[in-house]
Write a protein that binds this ligand. Sequence first.
Ligand SMILES: Cc1cc2nc3c(=O)[nH]c(=O)nc-3n(C[C@H](O)[C@H](O)[C@H](O)COP(=O)(O)O)c2cc1C
Length: 129
Amino acid sequence: MQSDAIAVASPIYTMGITAELKGLIDRGQYLWARKFILKTLFFPNEHIIQHKGVFISTAGLSWDNVFDAAFPAITAFFNGVGFEYYDNIIANNMDEFKGIKNHPTALKNAFEKGQTVVAVLKKLKAKFP
Ligand SMILES: Cc1cc2nc3c(=O)[nH]c(=O)nc-3n(C[C@H](O)[C@H](O)[C@H](O)COP(=O)(O)O)c2cc1C
């Protein structure tokens, strides 16, 4: 909860996130209860825009929609912890590339997106010290 940015990573297993990541997300249900039942937790919009979440994933298949089933659970996680779901860093067709290092653009793309989110957070810190 002290972080400015969270990167959540999971490969696609059986068209969704891994059981391990799902377990972590389900463990966060106490935050939902604090917000909506106990009413002891509230994230103002100013807080949410200063906290960015990024989802990192790979998939074996080349399908354009191979990540679609993962996004709602990631959205629920970032909502739960009061973070804006800022971006995806995703690469499909890994069965063909046989390892991320063989992918023509994924690592460069990931690095650039990482730089961007840090730059955006720095600007927000200057605006809301
Ligand atoms: C149990 C299991 C289930 C998988 N299910 C899918 C799937 O449904 N769709 C898909 O595109 N890739 C699937 N994959 C492939 C992984 O997404 C792929 O191996 C991974 O993204 C590449 O990362 P890695 O090099 O760390 O394994 C599956 C892999 C495993 C081990």
